[in-house]
Design a protein around this ligand. Structure first.
Ligand SMILES: O=C(O)C1=C[C@@H](OP(=O)(O)O)[C@@H](O)[C@H](O)C1
Ligand SMILES: C=C(OP(=O)(O)O)C(=O)O
Length: 433
């Protein structure tokens, strides 16, 4: 899919499920592979990023059977059962795969190399390499602190206490996974609470993890026991529909079985503050993760100052939050979101540039954006090879004065391969070429 053309919609309707959670899918492969015994997974995200993690573990000798759409049987090899891969571990576009894998690989006896695509080779890796080297790991990057990452196996790891300089679930998870192989306790202190899927899933696999406020710790030397995992729908994919239905008159949709873990629901809190009509239905806990159906109806959004404590809880949703702000009445101010500059693209700059092309008064700042809501014009924008930028502009086209053409949309497949299909089924006017 090279381009998407998004035009005026008369309303969105329907009840449907978005694909499985990307963060949980990565972790299911990783922990299932390192566990003893069988792990059964349903709802797995069959998209490029999660499949990159799956392939990496197959290359390290793990037998992973694909039983049908979203269903896997992982025959775990235990914490010390991975085999040296015969080739570089290429993880495509996926920062989560590279950073979490670096922690696991640091604990192995063999050498390995992690590589990625053009976007991933520009993303900062010192954030994991610095603390890993404090643990005793031997991992090399380029001089710029980017991948390829060469991991020298056999270095004994020791637990450390590490105060993270940025809020990042990837860094936290990398260190907890390395901590499985370390002598003693690994303790991570977060500046802001971030998604806690690693901690929850480790507990599900029978491994003790302690969380007290923003401090998470783990002892090395235990074992993981295979389990069954039901991956809920990804709230980061649901987010496009939450904003789409909010800004499109005559809309009423229900997204079924979405993960609503409190470390991921910043998007809901932000939209509710903007005046959105969102209800959580059928709330329940499945495999240690909270799940609900989310019903959303159209409304007039209003601009807000986004509280900084919600930023890490909605970090991947900002491209589409900026679109919501463009359609809101009044001003929206986002601060404390400098992490957006080191995602698949610089999501502050790419969104500000695109919104300005569409006639929106959007000013990028060092750590966020100031957007004055108003009419959105049609036009042609770039995705900069970033899946979330592409889908955010597809949402922007639903009520713009003139269609929006989005270039370079192949990367939608990294997180949401059936986006166009689901979007058109519920009422988007979206043509993909
Ligand atoms: O741990 C994870 O699964 C993720 C953590 C976040 O990254 P950071 O930890 O770098 O903020 C998020 O942006 C990414 O999509 C997935
Ligand atoms: C930032 C993202 O993913 P990753 O860091 O895994 O590439 C994302 O999916 O928005």
């Amino acid at each position: 899919m090279n381009t998407m053309l998004s035009s005026l919609s008369q309303g969105l309707k329907g009840q449907f499920r978005v694909p499985g959670d990307k963060s949980i899918s990565h972790r299911a492969i990783m922990l299932g592979s390192l566990a003893e015994g069988v792990t059964q997974v349903s709802g797995f995200l069959e998209a490029e990023d999660a499949l990159a993690t799956l392939k990496a573990f197959q290359l390290m000798g793990v037998d992973i059977e694909r039983l049908g759409e979203g269903r896997l049987r992982i025959n775990g090899v235990g914490l010390h059962g991975l085999k040296a891969p015969q080739e570089d571990l290429y993880v495509g576009n996926s920062g989560t795969s590279m950073r979490l894998l670096s922690g696991i690989l640091a604990g192995q006896k063999f050498d390995s190399t992690l590589t990625g695509d053009h976007s991933l080779t520009k993303r900062p890796m010192r954030r994991v390499l610095d603390p890993l080297s404090l643990m005793g790991a031997a991992v090399e990057s380029t001089d710029a602190g980017t991948s390829p990452l060469k991991v020298h196996g056999g270095a004994p790891l020791r637990g450390i206490q590490y105060k993270m300089p940025m809020g990042s679930a990837q860094v936290k998870s990398c260190l907890l996974l390395a901590g499985l192989y370390a002598e003693g306790t690994t303790e991570v202190i977060e500046p802001a609470i971030t998604r806690d899927h690693t901690e929850r899933m480790l507990k599900g696999f029978g491994y003790s993890v302690k969380t007290e406020g923003n401090v998470v710790s783990i002892e090395g030397g235990g074992t993981l026991k295979g389990m069954s995992i039901d991956v809920p729908g990804d709230i980061s994919s649901a987010a496009f529909f939450l904003v789409a239905a909010s800004i499109t008159p005559n809309s009423d949709i229900t997204l079924q079985h979405v993960g609503v873990n409190a470390t991921r629901t910043g998007i809901i809190d932000i939209l509710l503050k903007m005046g959105a009509d969102i209800q959580l239905l059928n709330e329940k806990v499945v495999g240690g993760e909270k799940v609900a159906d989310i019903r959303v109806k159209s409304c007039q959004l209003k601009g807000i100052e986004v509280p900084e404590n919600l930023v890490a809880l909605a970090i991947d949703e900002f491209p589409v939050i900026f679109v919501a702000a463009a359609y809101a009445e009044g001003q929206t101010i986002v601060t404390g979101a400098e992490e957006l500059r080191v995602k698949e693209s610089d999501r502050i700059q790419t969104m500000a540039d695109g919104l300005q092309t569409l006639g929106v008064d959007a000013q990028a700042t060092a750590d966020g954006m100031i957007i004055n809501g108003g009419a959105v014009q049609g036009g042609e924008v770039e995705s900069f090879d970033d899946h979330r930028i592409a889908m955010a502009f597809a949402v922007a086209g639903l009520q713009s004065r003139g269609a929006i053409k989005i270039n370079n949309c192949e990367n939608v497949a990294t997180s949401f391969p059936n986006f166009v299909e689901l979007a058109t089924q519920c009422g988007f006017e979206l043509a993909a070429k």
